[in-house]
Design a protein around this ligand. Structure first.
Ligand code: AMP
Ligand code: ZN
Ligand code: FE
Ligand code: FE
Length: 280
């Protein structure tokens, strides 16, 4: 009997991962995972493809999504779990994100043009290794590599696309509170994604005062020492502690699917919610 391990954070070609939804299920099986949640940026489109496939492969799934939100002028990622992927509120919110991303991507492309690195809208779509639904900066970075402007995704973010760099555009987005509310309207659980990436303590304090259900305490290649800080915060709040690898495939090759996982106890809490919402 192998140990139960569930990875609750990964990306597919429906957003900026390099593995298709079908491939993710195969990788999960190969890595010996028993449970999985795909958390594409602003998309739940993987679920109509993978739910049956996961079942056939003996992998238990709960729905997930990673929404980009703003708190002041800081980007905050909010994970939503255990809703029905057919929920119209979630679907409409994903749609709104795609519209705001289209506008924002155009603003970034304008800046690239001004800096002598023209990239067309078609070219950022051209890089899709599958039916990409959420287009973001990694797709723009891939197009920049293809056109010979830069050598790596790392370079693209470091020199041009990262927050505050010369071709960065934040665009408009939805607030963290609006995002939590949407997830709750769909009876999902709202979780602060990778809180250690919030360098700004006042922002963290503001988030800790919001009606989240939990935080992501296990992440990527974290050591147990690093997890402890987040376990303490969660315990104080009576919150869930979720975790996952944030696997993106070749976009972030150093992180493997299953690099961080949660136990059956945690998975069961989320799955309980999921079953209530889907009669699964
Ligand atoms: P966007 O959603 O368009 O704002 O792009 C943000 C995404 O880009 C993140 O979710 C990461 O997957 C990816 N990303 C952010 N910074 C980097 C980086 N330095 N190198 C590679 N990928 C990055
Ligand atoms: Zn990403
Ligand atoms: Fe994230
Ligand atoms: Fe992520």
């Amino acid at each position: 009997m192998t140990e139960f391990k569930a990875d609750l954070h990964c990306h597919t070609t429906m957003s900026d991962g390099s593995a298709t939804p079908e491939e993710i299920i195969q990788i999960a099986k190969n890595e010996g995972l028993s449970g999985l949640s795909i958390t594409d940026h602003d998309s739940v489109d993987a679920y109509s493809i993978v739910l049956d496939l996961a079942k056939k492969n003996g992998i238990e799934m709960i729905t997930g999504v990673e929404f980009s939100a703003i708190q002041g002028d800081v980007t905050v990622h909010v994970l939503g779990y255990a809703f029905s992927h057919e929920n119209p509120i979630i679907q409409a919110f994903c749609q709104k994100h795609h519209q705001r991303r289209a506008k924002r991507n155009r603003a970034i492309l304008e800046k690239l043009e001004q800096h002598g690195m023209p990239v067309s809208e078609e070219e950022i779509l051209d890089n899709s290794q599958g039916p990409k639904k959420t287009i973001g900066r990694p797709h723009i970075a891939l197009a920049m590599i293809k056109k010979g402007y830069i050598k790596s995704i790392y370079d693209a973010f470091n020199k041009f696309l990262g927050e505050g760099k010369k071709c960065y555009a934040s665009g408009e987005s939805f607030t963290v509170e609006e995002t939590i509310d949407i997830i709750h309207q769909a009876n999902g659980l709202a979780i602060i994604a990778h809180p250690h990436l919030l360098r700004n303590r006042p922002i963290l304090d503001q988030l800790l005062a919001m009606p989240f259900d939990g935080l992501e305490g296990y992440y990527a290649n974290f050591t147990p020492e690093k997890n402890k800080r987040w376990l303490r915060f969660a315990e104080k709040k009576g919150w869930l502690v979720t975790g996952g690898s944030d696997f993106h495939g070749s976009v972030k090759p150093q992180i493997k699917l299953g690099a961080s996982t949660v136990s059956k106890e945690i998975f069961d809490v989320l799955q309980g919610h999921y079953r209530l919402n889907t009669n699964a």
